[in-house]
Ligand binder design. Structure first.
Ligand code: TXE
Length: 481
């Protein structure tokens, strides 16, 4: 059985506890690897290695850091097929999606920040003829990076690349449910020539390894992506130590379709935004609002398209919907389907485990794409993040009502608006409380734009130079003239 070890100071090391956790393949329920069950001692060792490496890494010229990061991107690209397979096996996502989204984006993350640091600028201010102020940006030291299981390589590289590009060293704690691509990434950073201690990866449970990082006094930066409840704990640990914290948390994103939308595009993309990665993307549009005059027509086409999605072995190229990440998570999602019925909702399609599956994945954690109507917007199913292949549909009368519905949750991560009316698009986009609003599209990402959530969807922005700002501290030098 393959053992996933920690990666500390450029070498793979067993955990201090000597214990391992099972890594389960969601599509089969089989254990495919054992993963280091790390705790505070392992995190201490990783932080010590990162602190040592920081002294020379911070002084490594930007051009050299850039060259090394580009080499990591090239190696990710050279190992594309293997990474896509590992990502699919470990998380249950369709391999086609890993090829289309996860791996290419991991490559782009490294390339993007490798080149961004060559173009970063800092401001200079003249105070009349009395003083010259200039700002320098310096790395902070050891960055603690905690990432989830839904886009394991994509989100881990979205943190590691800017952290080390900016001159920090890092200790990353990937989700214990999906350690395989992080393990490959560790080896590839070494192969690329990134010096020992710059990238350290500690595996294990959030409550021990993750918390040891968020409460570590020598880790001044925490970048976390995960659930809102966990985010509150991260903040509670990091707050008293005055760490710089960025939190990317959950969402309950509205997808608003107006009567004047291009229906072909709106239907096709809404199926994607509802069910891509089994609904396990924080940006999925899990609340669909459709203008009353086209509600019936839209719904008919949306349901028809949903029924055509192919559920099956994630490793099969033609699969659209794979397995949920774990048995516990499937139970949670099924619990929400049951709750929807209690709350007066109607399950229009899906809601159950698929009847027939290929032999290899018969025991996997699958659930049919599910569409629910008839719920009051204040009901729990329309308020809480489900993070599965479950979408609610609700008719609305006017733009004002759609905006009220959209803003009626404690989340504010992203939204989509479908309309051909330019003025309405801009007006509604400005009124929606969320970090990103897509107009006539979904999940189109320019890595230069700020990314993050409002309300309980997060704190801080990452993306482009904002990430480099997060991973550095601005210092003002004031020179009297
Ligand atoms: O994520 P956790 P879970 C949402 C989604 C999901 C729910 C719970 O609704 O159903 O969160 O998922 C580490 N200190 N999202 O429990 O716990 C953990 O080991 C420090 C949305 O699986 O948030 C993992 O590496 N770290 C989301 C990471 O935090 C801790 C993606 C995320 O796991 C910790 C995932 C602690 N106390 C879930 N406890 C998104 N925004 O994309 C856990 N961790």
């Amino acid at each position: 059985m393959k053992r996933i070890l920690n990666f500390i100071d450029g070498e793979f090391r067993p955990p201090c506890s000597g214990r391992y956790l099972p890594d389960v393949e969601p599509a089969t329920g089989q254990v495919i690897a054992e993963i280091a069950e790390s705790g505070p001692d392992d995190v201490d060792a990783a932080v010590a290695a990162a602190s040592r490496a920081f002294e020379s890494w911070r002084r490594t010229p930007a051009e050299e850091r850039s060259r090394l990061l580009i080499r990591v991107a090239e190696l990710l690209d050279e190992n594309f097929d293997e990474l896509a397979r590992l990502e699919s096996e470990d998380s249950g996502k369709p391999i086609a999606l890993a090829r289309r989204l996860d791996v290419p984006r991991a490559v782009r993350n490294f390339r993007f920040f490798a080149t961004a640091i060559l173009h970063a600028e800092t401001p200079c201010h003249m105070t009349d003829d009395r003083a010259l102020n200039y700002t320098i940006r310096q790395p902070l030291g050891v960055a603690g990076l905690i990432s989830p299981w839904n886009l394991p390589l994509y989100l881990l590289t979205w943190k590691i690349a800017p952290a080390i590009a900016a001159g920090n060293c890092c200790v990353a704690k990937p989700s214990e449910l999906t350690p395989l691509t992080a393990d490959r990434l560790a080896a590839l950073t070494r192969e690329a020539g990134i010096p020992p201690g710059v990238v350290n990866i500690v595996h294990g449970p959030g409550g021990s390894a993750g918390r040891a990082l968020t409460s570590h006094p020598k880790v001044p930066l925490i970048s976390f992506t995960g659930g809102t409840k966990t985010g509150a704990d991260v903040m509670a640990q990091a707050g008293p130590l005055f760490k710089k914290v960025s939190l990317e948390l959950g969402g309950k994103n509205p997808n608003i379709v107006f009567a004047d939308a291009d229906l072909d595009q709106a239907v096709a993309t809404s199926i994607q935004s509802s069910f891509a990665n089994q609904g396990e993307i924080c940006l999925c549009g899990s609340r669909l609002f459709v203008e009353k005059t086209i509600y019936d027509e839209f719904l008919e086409r949306f349901l028809e398209g949903t029924k055509k999605l192919r559920i099956g072995d994630p490793l099969d190229d033609s699969t659209d919907v794979g397995a949920l990440v774990s048995e516990a998570h499937r139970r949670k999602v099924e619990g929400y389907v049951a709750l929807a019925k209690e709350e007066g909702g109607r399950v229009l399609v899906g809601g159950k485990r698929p009847g027939s599956l290929p032999e290899r994945v018969r025991d996997g954690y699958f659930l049919e794409p599910t569409v629910i109507s008839g719920l009051d917007c204040r009901r729990r199913v329309m308020q809480e993040e489900i993070f599965g292949p479950v979408v609610t549909v609700t008719p609305f009368d006017s733009p004002e009502e759609a905006i009220d519905y959209a803003n009626g949750t404690r989340y504010g991560l992203s939204a989509s608006v479908w309309t051909q009316d330019l003025q309405k698009a801009h007006r509604v986009a400005a009124a929606i409380e969320s970090g990103t609003v897509w107009v006539n599209t979904w999940l189109l990402r320019d890595l230069r734009v700020p990314f993050g959530g409002m309300k309980e969807s997060g704190v801080g922005r990452e993306g482009g130079f904002e990430s480099l700002d997060f991973f550095t501290e601005a210092k003002n030098v004031c020179v009297r003239l």
